[in-house]
Design a binder for this molecule. Structure first.
Ligand code: SIN
Length: 527
């Protein structure tokens, strides 16, 4: 058993920002299931949105975020983040993080979908995430310990189940270890891997969301999954992201014979909000028509987009032809563990930041390049909160014994889960297909897994379980929302229904403690 002041699970931008802003007298442990650079943050190409250009204004950034989010956003939270964005970027830049600059030493700004101004700060062309993660890692102080290849599989609550006091984890040698702390932070990222087409890292399997749900923590908005319009598509598989910044520099979506598919669909054409572009490409794919990104208008493509050029070349694309085959795939979940802007969840002592969390900032669809920004913003806020709360400690000296049930049921095969989620709960949804998926998922005993003891499972089995729990939540939530909004498109309810759905959907896992039963129960609360 090991005791710390703060345990951070995950190692993306939000986690590293938090770790770096905590005071140096705190004993901090970062637990990450792979190595420090294996997450989605490291893969981020586009950049960080901030109104730093002379003609720009945080209020315009706010308006764009609200519009992309289909006004499902927490407006106050969006205002606070967009106001703080220039300070966050300038702070990082001045402390030595390398962002791309013009010949006069000013930040070079890119354009992305649904932004009304050029405001995307980037680094190394399309290597923004990598440069930021490496910079933040280089800044980690000696009060921070990192344990890699350590898979957190359960949260430990106190006797009354009113506070989180630690976690259980699988160590690289297969043994189990207990880590205790008064502050436990889930920074585990999203769940893109529950779909067969995804831009996400292998690590994005919904772990934090499933851990929180099993512990009875409130979740929200799980139906809102963003499908990025342009993933490289070769031999029937997605092979990585082609950044929206490519369209920001002038690339167009075309059919093989050169027809521009976004003309007449939306005033912003190829830079329309992501759900609109994704649904349009999907419509062509359903009819067996391959869509391409025509990059022939972009001068010196390989120096502006070195990572993308390398990715395409590796997969046999002839860059001279200027056509990159693309399909949409899962990219980001707007929902997750419900938190406030300090990252606090419904259980004291447990926090969530980054993609695992749902602050309400992204609404029903995240604006491009707002995710690294949100991670920096809420990660920093949480550090301020924890720094001011240090007297508030509950140690696990009298570790509670919560008896969980032994259950050794079957779990879905991951490839089957991904394919069925893509086909039935993906870009275009209907009641019929979602019901089919809910029935398919139900055969694996979701409720029994919620209270099961997991000590005996391997990391691979735990990954399947967390994907399964998350997929069930996405499917159930998508069934319940009988309208289309942002990333959630129901072909049977194709319009926004503001009268009934202009509100947040909160998922409670209600525990009837007398008979130990779990109930899936959603209530809609007005924001
Ligand atoms: C992209 O570069 O297109 C992705 C950036 C983002 O999702 O914010």
């Amino acid at each position: 058993m090991k005791q710390y002041d703060v345990i951070i699970i995950g190692s993306g931008i939000a986690a590293l920002q938090l770790a770096n802003k905590l005071t140096k007298d705190l004993n901090v442990m970062i637990l990450t299931k792979e190595n420090l650079t294996k997450g989605n943050s490291y893969l981020a190409q586009g950049g960080v949105a901030a109104a730093v250009a002379p003609g720009d204004d945080p209020y315009l950034h706010y308006l764009d975020t609200m519009e992309a989010g289909a006004h499902h956003n927490n407006a106050k939270a969006v205002l606070e983040m967009t106001k703080k964005a220039p300070e966050l970027i300038n702070g990082l830049w001045q402390s030595g993080c390398r962002f791309d600059e013009d010949e006069n030493g000013n930040l070079l700004l890119g354009m992305e979908g649904a932004h009304s101004e050029k405001r995307i700060v980037h680094s190394g062309g399309d290597e923004t995430g990598r440069h930021m993660v490496e910079f933040l890692i280089s800044d980690l102080a000696s009060n921070i310990t990192v344990e890699q290849s350590t898979f957190v599989y359960d949260l430990i609550l106190n006797q009354e189940k009113s506070r989180c006091i630690g976690v259980k984890a699988k160590l690289p040698d297969g043994s189990n270890e207990i880590y205790l702390a008064p502050h436990v932070v889930l920074a585990t990222g999203g769940c893109g891997q529950i779909f067969s087409f995804t831009s996400n890292a292998e690590t994005a399997s919904g772990d934090g969301i499933a851990l929180a749900y099993r512990a009875g923590v409130e979740l929200a908005d799980m139906e809102f999954v963003q499908f990025h319009p342009t993933l490289l598509y070769v031999d029937g598989k997605t092979r990585g992201l082609i950044s929206e910044a490519v369209r920001g520099e002038g690339a167009l979506l075309v059919t093989e014979d050169g027809k521009q598919i976004m003309a007449g669909i939306h005033p912003l054409k190829d830079l329309a909000p992501r759900h609109i572009v994704s649904q349009t490409i999907y419509d062509y794919s359903r009819r067996g028509i391959q869509i391409y990104l025509d990059i022939s208008y972009i001068e010196d493509f390989s120096s502006r987009f070195p990572t993308i050029s390398k990715l395409c070349t590796q997969h046999g694309i002839d860059m001279e032809k200027g056509l990159i085959p693309v399909v949409p795939g899962s990219h980001f979940i707007m929902g997750g563990i419900k938190t406030d802007l300090q990252g606090r969840t419904s259980i004291p002592g447990l926090y969530a930041i980054g993609e695992a969390a749902c602050t309400g900032i992204h609404g029903a669809n995240r604006l491009a390049s707002n995710s690294l920004l949100e991670g920096m913003f809420v990660g920093g806020n949480l550090a301020d909160w924890i720094n001011s709360q240090r007297a508030d400690k509950e140690t696990g000296n009298n570790l509670p014994v919560h008896v969980k049930t032994f259950f050794a049921g079957k779990l879905p095969v991951p490839d089957m889960l991904k394919q069925t989620m893509m086909d039935r709960a993906g870009i275009v949804r209907t009641k019929e297909q979602l019901t089919l998926q809910a029935e398919w998922l139900a055969q694996f005993n979701h409720d029994k897994w919620l209270d099961a003891d997991l000590d005996h499972l391997s990391p691979a089995q735990l990954t399947s379980l967390f994907m399964y729990i998350t997929a069930t939540l996405v499917t159930q939530s998508a069934l319940e929302r009988t309208e289309s909004r942002g990333g959630h498109y129901r072909e049977d309810f194709p319009y926004e229904d503001n009268a009934n759905w202009m509100k947040k959907q909160i998922i409670h896992q209600q525990k009837n403690r007398k008979d130990g039963k779990h109930e899936f129960n959603q209530t809609a609360l007005a924001t």
